[in-house]
Design a protein around this ligand. Structure first.
Ligand code: AMP
Ligand code: MG
Length: 479
């Protein structure tokens, strides 16, 4: 295992050394052996008694120097100058088998200097949710933080009710966020801003170092990765739920699975999060919010652009506004592929627009509405639309747009999943674990989500949207 801390050595103001707080009675929930293999974690420190002590925070292995990282951020458009890891610690950075650097972080590991009023802990429910959904996103080919381990703490935490606590071990290409860059900017020291931006370049976008304007190049790369990421979310019906600048990574990985949820009946204005009262982060707002967040990142780079102030603003704004075009191109490519069409197909745009309208009108499940198009016959897809005449017309047009429909369907089945972590399924898992200490539903759902593109008859119930009485209409951060 190649471990080495680089970020915490950059500047003492950007993190604080802090040990995890031991817990009473740690018990295994889950361990990700495949990821452990990739990170070359010694076999004695996996789902073993030694591993249990490490991933509960009860012992600090010799390779870890735990630090909580500082960051700021715009939360629902309000700037908060001091956030930071209030219930998490970075254990170490590790370089994997392929030379890729990752952070290993404990989440729910106790109070830190950034905890403000919080207890530094995490209830079991959100840990299970993050484990399942982040791993599902990975299998759906979406860049995301991963889950290495989940451990029950044997202690209770107080939220709206008293709940069992747990600790998640999260793995990320880094935990640097737009909010981290904002925190650095607020320290008002050009030298530090430059050191931070150079660090991000070196760690995530090394090619920018030799660009004519390295910091504009950095802005462009972060913009492109975020635009691409959000296009992927949109193509899966994923709603992140809390796209604050502190929840937006500079690497372009999805981070923070608090109130996230997937759309079932297609509705572009869908909101799940209980705290998103005005719908700032509703499904269809995700792309413009992505651009808004990139504008906040651009502000942190302005002092580094070697241009006069007006020129710097003009050039940075151009890059920021380019978000829309990159996003549109990415979104269009992905959505066309969901219909089995090349993006340049003359009818791709119209067919897609009409289809989304039809799905909305008939309240068709977003995931099945694309997946059942891959079927050999039209039985399942037709029934979703009650074989309505407008649908039949669209279906005919769509078929006519293809030269080789069978080949197209095979490709479509590789981008249109049959299984996603549906909100009610995740909730069912959480309820069983929290109420009865039963992890069987968790393990079963986890198994299904490992292969989201391959349909199995015995998994039928996992493919179906919630019945009316199972529907989840509100989600909570659970912090
Ligand atoms: P989140 O909603 O997870 O993005 O968290 C927003 C901020 O609140 C971050 O600075 C977290 O570290 C902090 N936070 C959330 N929950 C807790 C907690 N239970 N104890 C301390 N800090 C917390
Ligand atoms: Mg967060």
């Amino acid at each position: 295992m190649r471990t080495e801390q680089t970020y915490v050595q950059l500047d003492t103001r950007l993190s604080s050394a802090v040990e995890p707080t031991p817990v009473l009675d740690p018990q295994w929930i889950a361990f990700n052996d495949e990821l452990a293999e990739q990170l070359q974690i010694p076999s004695t420190q996996r789902d073993t008694s030694e591993g249990l002590l490490i991933y509960s925070g009860n012992t600090t292995p010799e390779w870890a120097q735990p630090h909580a990282l500082a960051y700021a951020g715009h939360q629902f458009a309000n700037y908060v100058p001091q956030l930071g890891d209030g219930r998490a610690v970075l254990l170490t950075e590790v370089v994997d088998k392929n030379g890729q650097r990752y952070d290993i972080q404990l989440k729910g590991s106790g109070r830190t200097p950034y905890s403000r009023g919080g207890d530094g802990r995490s209830p079991l429910g959100p840990v299970l949710r993050e484990y399942l959904v982040s791993e599902a996103m990975h299998r759906l080919n979406v860049p995301t933080t991963r889950a290495l381990a989940a451990v029950a703490s044997g202690e209770m935490v107080k939220r709206e009710s008293i709940e069992p606590g747990a600790i998640l071990t999260r793995v990320a290409k880094s935990h640097l966020r737009v909010g981290t860059a904002q925190y650095v900017l607020a320290l008002q020291e050009r030298k530090l801003s430059k050191a931070f931006a150079d660090y991000v370049i070196q760690r995530h976008y090394p090619a920018c170092a030799s660009a004519e304007q390295p910091y504009l190049a950095l802005l462009t790369h972060v913009r492109d990765n975020q635009a691409k990421l959000i296009a992927q979310w949109m193509s899966l019906g994923f709603i992140h739920g809390v796209m604050n600048t502190d929840n937006m990574t500079l690497s372009g990985e999805t981070i923070d699975y608090g109130p996230c949820a997937f759309i079932e009946a297609y509705d572009p204005q869908q909101v799940f999060s209980s705290i998103d009262r005005r719908g700032r982060y509703m499904y269809q707002n995700q792309p413009p919010i992505g651009m808004w967040n990139i504008a906040r990142f651009a502000e942190t780079l302005l002092p580094l652009l070697e241009l006069d102030e007006q020129q710097a603003i003009t050039q940075a704004s151009e890059v920021v506004h380019g978000f829309e075009q990159v996003y549109q191109q990415q979104y269009h490519a992905r959505m066309s592929a969901k219909l089995g069409l090349a993006p340049e197909h003359p009818q791709a745009e119209q067919l897609l627009e009409d289809y989304l309208q039809l799905m909305q009108f008939h309240q068709v499940d977003f995931t099945l509405g694309f997946r059942y198009l891959c079927d050999e016959d039209d039985k399942r897809i037709g029934s979703l639309f009650q074989q309505s005449p407008t649908w039949q017309k669209w279906y005919q047009q769509w078929q006519d747009a293809h030269k080789d429909l069978n080949t197209a369907k095979q490709k479509m089945a590789q981008v249109n999943p049959i299984y996603i972590p549906r909100n009610h399924l995740v909730q069912e898992v959480i309820t069983a674990a929290v109420k009865d200490g039963d992890l069987k539903p968790f393990n079963a759902l986890h198994r299904v989500l490992k292969n989201p593109f391959k349909e199995h008859e015995e998994y039928a119930r996992y493919s179906q949207p919630a019945a009316r009485n199972e529907q989840i209409t509100r989600t909570f951060c659970g912090t």
